[in-house]
Every structure is written in structure tokens, then in C-alpha cells.
Design a protein around this ligand. Structure first.
Ligand code: HEC
Ligand SMILES: [Cu+2]
Length: 326
């Protein structure tokens, strides 16, 4: 291989391997469903590599091997067994193995005790609606917290175009289709933070439509539910007034205040989430300021209008108010 080519191959290999790590890795799943997906992936990669090596060996032998090998390869039975029977058997076995895998979530499906969460895909964020044990519902966005060891039934729909809900650490992808509800069942074995991504192209900011899923021990999860369903903490009254005055409340809800808009994400406890704007930004006061100042650059075409008329002081005031919504 020439030097530039081998450098390029090396670079691609490094990027490919680096891409295998981190909270969004399809190789790091430990949940029952994702483990099966990973196992199938390895079966396919290793099996495919072995078959490829054998086929390449046979081609090399047929082109430049000794005459006796060439004669053996020309035998009709090689074609019959190697070329027809073998692929039919291997592909049929894989097909049935795939069926078994698709049914992997069955035992979870009938779980009466499942936690129900509805997730609505919107261009380009996630509306998340929890149902508590008492049957009340409350809304949050761009993040799921789930209890370890309990089945979670995630009811997936879309408000506009087709999206796809994918948290590689927990399960395969499932599409979110307008007018239809697809239910995905997941179960976390250990506490931890995973990242998910919209996996169906849904327009301009599709690549910036991600989210976090945090698995918490049951008692911490119950504490979180109690906090999350309660109204917003009162803080920075001047910022709150400004929030209403410039019309943020027309699109956003802050429970416990007069902001009751439903077009954008619920902001009641926005500051306690792991990220802003569907994992496009970190979550701190500087990020709130950046979002308000240039969100159309950060996430082009997103459905929040520009607020160019706000002064630096007003932006700082709003960011401090939002940063207090824990
Ligand atoms: C016309 C409706 C609309 C108005 C008015 C509006 N927003 Fe938004 N906002 C949205 C939408 C839609 C999103 C989701 C954008 C995305 O991620 O694609 C959003 C996202 C956000 C987020 C990130 C939320 C999250 O879950 O991470 C914050 C913070 C925010 N808006 C604050 C504000 C503030 C402050 C104002 C007033 C200055 C405001 N918005 C006015 C529609 C609106
Ligand atoms: Cu998408």
C-alpha cells in the first residue's frame, strides 16, 4: 500500500473505532434487548468475515493455485454444496434467529407493572409525557429518566413527520409515525446515562435531535418523579416577568406560572436536564444565553423565532431565570 493510502485507511479505522465508544455506542448496551442486538452483530461480523476469507481463498486458488486445486474447484459438487446449499442454510438459520431476536421483548410486553411514558417526536425535539402510578400525567422534554429493574413502555408517536427513537444502549430503533402509536419496551439493568438519537431523517436539524436517558435506582427515580411533577420553583421575579412580557409563555409552559404554551418544550424544570435543545448544547447559564442569542445558528430552522431585539441585559436576565428552573 502506498503511504497516503495506508494513512487514509488508518484514519478511517481510528474514526470508526472512536465512534464505537461513549454513551451512544451500539456496542456498550447491557440491557436485555441491546445485548441480543450486539450478539447478532458479532455473529454477522465474525461469520461474514470467515465466509469472505474462504471465498477469497477459493478465488485465489482458482486463479493461481496448483492444477489439482483448480480441478477440485471446477467440480460440480463445489457449486452445489458451497454455492447453493451453504448460502440457503446459513441465510435460513439467520432468518429464524432474527425472528427469535424480534420476539426478544415479549416477556416485557405483558408486564403489568410497567412504567408508561409517551414520547412525541417533533421537529426537532422530543415531547415526553409521564404517567405516574396514581394515573396523573405531567410533561417534560428531551430527556427520559427510568427506574432500574422496571419495564418501561414507551409509546412513540409523531406530531409532524416520521422520526425514529433510538437509544442503542437499550434497544433497536423504532419509528415514530404520525397517526400511529408504536410501543417500545426497555429495561435497564444498571444505573447510568445513555444517549439517544433520532434515526430517521426528519428535516434540517435532524442531526441535532438527540436526547439523554438516565437510569436511576428505584428510590431516586421516585424522588425525581415527585420533584419533576411539581410546579416550578419561584426564582428571579424580574426574569419571570420578562419571560411573560416578550411572549415566551405563548409557546412554553412553566407549570405554576401563567406560561401555558404547548408549541415548544415544557420548561418547568429545564435547568435540571442534562442538555438543552435536544442535546444540542450543555445545560448552564452560558448555554441559555447562547441559545437565546443565536439559536437559529446553533440549530438552523428550528421552530423557535429569533429574539434579536433582546438586549444583553435582558438575555442575561432570562438566562438567570431559566437557570433557576431546576
Ligand atoms: C413560537 C414558539 C416559541 C417561542 C415564542 C419561544 N420558543 Fe423557545 N422553543 C420553541 C421550540 C419549538 C423549541 C424547540 C427547538 C428545538 O430544539 O428544535 C424551543 C426551545 C427552547 C429552549 C430549549 C428547551 C429544552 O428543552 O432544552 C429554551 C430554553 C427556550 N426555547 C426558551 C425560550 C425563551 C426564553 C423564549 C422567549 C424569549 C422562547 N423560548 C420563545 C418555541 C418557542
Ligand atoms: Cu430525525
Amino acid at each position: 500500500m502506498s503511504a497516503p493510502v495506508s494513512k487514509a485507511v488508518f484514519a478511517v479505522a481510528v474514526f470508526a473505532l472512536v465512534g464505537c465508544e461513549g454513551p451512544q455506542s451500539a456496542f456498550s448496551g447491557t440491557a436485555p434487548e441491546s445485548s441480543r442486538v450486539i450478539f447478532l452483530t458479532w455473529v454477522m461480523i465474525i461469520g461474514g468475515t470467515i465466509i469472505l476469507a474462504v471465498v477469497c481463498g477459493a478465488i485465489a486458488a482458482a486463479i493461481s493455485g496448483p492444477a489439482s486445486w483448480k480441478r477440485a474447484l471446477r467440480n460440480e459438487r463445489v457449486i452445489l454444496y458451497g454455492g447453493i446449499a451453504f448460502p440457503v442454510i446459513v441465510l435460513t438459520l439467520l432468518l429464524f434467529y432474527g425472528f427469535v431476536l424480534l420476539r426478544a421483548g415479549d416477556s416485557l410486553v405483558s408486564d403489568e407493572n410497567a412504567l408508561r411514558v409517551a414520547v412525541v417526536g417533533e421537529q426537532w425535539w422530543w415531547r415526553v409525557i409521564y404517567e405516574t402510578r396514581g394515573g396523573e400525567t405531567f410533561e417534560t422534554a428531551n430527556e427520559l429518566r427510568i427506574p432500574v429493574g422496571r419495564t418501561v413502555a414507551i409509546e412513540l408517536t409523531s406530531a409532524d413527520v416520521i422520526h425514529s427513537f433510538w437509544v442503542p444502549a437499550y434497544a433497536g430503533k423504532l419509528d415514530m409515525i404520525p397517526g400511529r402509536t408504536n410501543t417500545l419496551h426497555i429495561k435497564a439493568k444498571h444505573p447510568g446515562l445513555a444517549r439517544g438519537q433520532c434515526a430517521e431523517y426528519c428535516g434540517g436539524a435532524h442531526a441535532l435531535m438527540s436526547f439523554f436517558v438516565e437510569a436511576l435506582p428505584e428510590d431516586e427515580f421516585e424522588q425525581w418523579i415527585e420533584k419533576e411533577k411539581s410546579p416550578a420553583l419561584r426564582n428571579n421575579e424580574a426574569g419571570a416577568r420578562l419571560f411573560h412580557a416578550v411572549g415566551c409563555g405563548g409557546c412554553h409552559t412553566v407549570r405554576g406560572t401563567s406560561a401555558k404554551g404547548v408549541i415548544g418544550p415544557d420548561l418547568t424544570h429545564v435547568a435540571s436536564r442534562h442538555s438543552l435543545a435536544a442535546a444540542a448544547l450543555d445545560n448552564d447559564e452560558a448555554a441559555f444565553q447562547r441559545w437565546l442569542r443565536m439559536h437559529q445558528k446553533i440549530k438552523p430552522d428550528n421552530r423557535m423565532p429569533g429574539f434579536d431585539f433582546l438586549s444583553d441585559e435582558e438575555i442575561a436576565e432570562l438566562a438567570s431565570y431559566l437557570g433557576g428552573l431546576e
